[in-house]
Design a protein. Structure first.
Lengths: 187, 166
């Protein structure tokens, strides 16, 4: 009986219906080698892509920052055209009005800025008051900055009425308007 | 060496060469890209604000502003003191740019270029006359700029300003 069982096992091994595929060791090694190569190529391309995206995104962030700044400059330009400052032309501030606005606490919070000042360009900085005007160059409208502000500037024309040989005319110089914005803090 | 091993090495070298060529192509393409010129609100505001600047050129009674001086330069007129209006325009514009921008190797803005020209008509009938050109520094890095259009019937005086910055 025992002899018969062994015979049956040997017969089952030879049975063509239960053939197990046989790979040679060399072919297995080849497949493994190819898969490693493919993996290395894919990793290389992923790294190259990541590097490219990193450079591209860094440029995008700086561009976004620049656009944000340009938007703020537009706000500041509009501010220069308000009735309190404008001389009647675009990008023009009437310094005769500006000297009246000097250190006006009533305007705290009226404009969406923490500080506002106007500076004449190309001359030494001398703060303006009613005694030294127009021989000065810096007009401080108000300053409520608590040290955490970002100042944005844009060019404006600073005009005032001046008399020459009995005639009054508009004397305009180049200046800049500086607006301080509260810097956003990460929580 | 066996022929099979030689084939393997040749294949590997071929892949490396292809990858290097693609890499070089991408690097050259990235470097050769023309610097993008952006429209700048600051430069635009500078040009706008400069136009009202009172020059030292007097035509009749009072000193004229830069906007009027440009028109007089195109018309070929002189100031009361005998100076050519285009000469005064050149000096005044150079002075204003120096006041407004710290152009130099040590500052972010390393060069500027201003061109003023008159244009009239469109397409084939277009007439253009160069009036003035001012520049300073060697342009490196990115560029930003703006234009200002001044009506001078029947045409337009165009002021173009470009700034190079790093």
């Amino acid at each position: 009986m025992a002899r018969k069982k062994v015979q049956f096992k040997i017969q089952a091994g030879k049975n063509q219906r239960f053939l197990v595929p046989q790979f040679s060791k060399k072919a297995q090694f080849k497949i493994q080698e190819m898969s490693f190569m493919l993996l290395a190529v894919v990793i290389f391309f992923i790294l190259a892509l990541l590097f490219f995206l990193m450079i591209k995104y860094r440029g995008m962030y700086s561009e976004a920052g620049m656009l944000k700044k340009e938007k703020t400059i537009s706000t500041l330009s509009n501010l220069a055209e308000t009735a309190e400052f404008s001389c009647g032309s675009p990008f023009c501030i009437d310094t005769d009005r500006l000297i009246v606005m000097n250190n006006r606490e009533a305007y705290d919070g009226f404009f969406p800025l923490v500080s506002l000042s106007v500076r004449k360009l190309g001359v030494e900085e001398v703060e303006c008051n009613e005694n030294n005007y127009p021989d000065c160059s810096f007009f401080r409208v108000y300053d409520n900055a608590g040290g955490n502000e970002e100042i944005v500037s844009t060019f404006v024309s600073l005009c005032r009425k001046e008399q020459k040989q009995g005639y009054w005319y508009d004397k305009c110089e180049l200046g800049e308007i500086n607006g301080g914005f509260e810097r956003a803090q990460a929580k | 060496m066996r022929k099979k091993a030689q084939n393997e090495i040749v294949g590997f070298i071929l892949i490396v060469v292809i990858v290097v060529i693609i890499g070089l192509f991408l690097v050259i393409f990235y470097i050769k890209q023309e610097p993008v010129e952006q429209k700048s609100k600051t430069v635009e505001n500078f040009l706008q604000a400069s136009m009202l600047y009172t020059t030292d050129c007097i035509l009749s009674i009072e000193p004229i502003n830069l906007r009027t001086l440009m028109k007089k330069c195109y018309d070929g007129m002189s100031c009361l003191d005998g100076r050519e209006s285009c000469g005064v325009l050149n000096d005044t514009l150079t002075k204003i740019v120096k006041e407004g921008w710290a152009v130099g190797e040590d500052s972010p803005e390393n060069a500027y270029f201003i061109e003023i020209y008159y244009e009239e008509g469109e397409d084939e009938d277009k007439f253009e006359r160069k009036m003035l050109s001012i520049s300073e520094g060697n342009c490196t890095g990115s560029r930003k700029g703006a234009e200002y259009f001044l009506d001078h019937s029947p045409g337009t005086i165009v002021v173009e300003m470009k700034l190079c910055y790093t």
